[in-house]
Design a protein around this ligand. Structure first.
Ligand code: FAD
Length: 261
C-alpha cells in the first residue's frame, strides 16, 4: 500500500446526500479486493487533519478505474465534493483485509444499510465475475438513498429494498426477509455491513443455520495503518476474546467471530 496521486475522472452528486466519484487507477500496481478501502486526503488545507476511509464501490479492471460512493457527513466529505475532473487527489491504499468468496459458496445473501451498501456493492461485482448467485437486502432511510440498487441489479443480483420511507426497514420485517431469502435461495454464506442492529440480526440468523459469513466493520479511524489503535473491535479466538484493529486485521471479519455490541 502507498499514497497514489489519482486523477479524478468524475465526481457527481447522485442523490440528496450521496456523491459518486470515479478515479483513474492505472498507476496502482497492487491487487485490490472487494472490502478493502482507501484513505483519502480530503483537501489541501490543514483541516480536516486526518484522511478519511472509503471502501471501494466498484473496481473496473479493464478500464483501470475505481469508484467510490460516499455520503456527505462532515468537513471531510464536504471537501471531497469539491474534487473536480482532471484534478489529482491523494489516495492511500489499498488498505485492510477484504472479503473472500469460497468456491463452495454458490449462493450468497448480502444485508447492507446506508453507506454499507457501497462496501457490499464491490462484493456483488466479484460474485457476478465468479458466477455466484447474489441476493441483497438493501436498507436506507429513503428510496432516494438506494441508487446503488441499480448497480447491484446490473451485476445480476436480486435486490430487495427496505426503507424508513416505506415503513419496511424495521427489524421484524428484515428478519422475515432474511429467513425467507435463506430458504428460497439456498444461501451458503451471509455478508453484512453498515448497521450494528442488522449485523446482529444477520449474525444470529446465520449462526442458527450454521451458515458462515463475513462482516465489514466501519469504525472511526486515526492512522488506518495499524499504528494508533483507534479502531479496535473484539473478536473471538481459540483462547478467548481478542481486541484487534479494524484497519489492519479487518475491516472484513468472519461474522461468527465478531463481538457485536
Ligand atoms: C473501512 C471504512 C470504509 C468506509 N467506507 C465508506 C464508503 O464507502 N462510503 C461512505 O460514505 N462512507 C464510508 N465510510 C465512512 C466514512 O469514512 C465517514 O463517513 C467519513 O470519514 C466522514 O468524514 P467527514 O469528515 O465527512 O465527517 P466527520 O466530521 O469526520 O464526521 C461526521 C459525523 O460522522 C461520524 N463518523 C465519522 N466517521 C465515522 C465512521 N467511520 N463510522 C461511524 N460514524 C462516523 C462522526 O462521529 C460525526 O458524527 C467508511 C468508513 C470505514 C472505517
Amino acid at each position: 500500500m502507498k499514497a497514489y496521486p489519482l486523477e479524478v475522472l468524475s465526481n457527481v452528486q447522485v442523490s440528496e446526500r450521496y456523491w459518486h466519484m470515479k478515479v483513474d487507477s492505472t498507476i496502482i500496481d497492487e491487487s485490490i479486493t472487494a472490502g478493502q478501502f482507501f484513505n483519502i486526503k480530503c483537501g489541501e488545507g490543514e483541516l480536516p487533519f486526518l484522511r478519511r476511509p472509503f471502501s471501494i464501490y466498484r473496481i473496473n479492471r479493464e478500464e483501470k478505474t475505481i469508484e467510490f460512493l460516499y455520503l456527505v457527513k462532515g468537513s471531510g466529505t464536504v471537501q471531497m465534493t469539491k474534487f473536480v475532473p482532471g484534478e489529482n487527489i491523494d489516495v492511500f491504499g489499498p488498505l485492510g483485509v477484504g472479503f473472500s468468496l469460497k468456491e463452495e459458496w454458490d449462493s450468497i445473501l448480502l444485508l447492507a444499510r446506508g453507506v454499507g451498501i457501497a462496501t457490499l456493492a464491490a462484493l456483488a461485482q466479484e460474485a457476478a465475475e465468479k458466477n455466484v448467485k447474489c441476493v441483497a437486502i438493501l436498507s436506507a432511510r429513503s428510496n432516494n438513498d438506494l441508487l446503488a440498487a441499480e448497480t447491484l441489479q446490473g451485476f445480476g443480483a436480486t435486490v430487495v429494498k427496505v426503507t424508513e420511507e416505506d415503513g419496511t426497514s424495521n427489524v421484524e420485517n428484515v428478519q422475515r426477509l432474511v429467513n425467507q431469502l435463506f430458504e428460497e435461495h439456498d444461501i451458503k454464506a451471509a455478508f453484512t455491513c453498515g448497521s450494528m442492529r442488522l449485523s446482529r440480526l444477520m449474525q444470529r440468523s446465520a449462526e442458527k443455520r450454521g451458515i458462515p459469513g463475513q462482516i465489514a466493520l466501519e469504525e472511526h479511524m486515526g492512522c488506518a495503518v495499524g499504528v494508533c489503535y483507534a479502531c479496535v473491535c473484539d473478536v473471538r479466538g481459540p483462547h478467548g476474546i481478542n481486541s484487534v484493529r479494524v484497519c489492519k486485521e479487518g475491516p472484513v471479519f468472519d461474522l461468527e467471530k465478531v463481538v457485536l455490541t
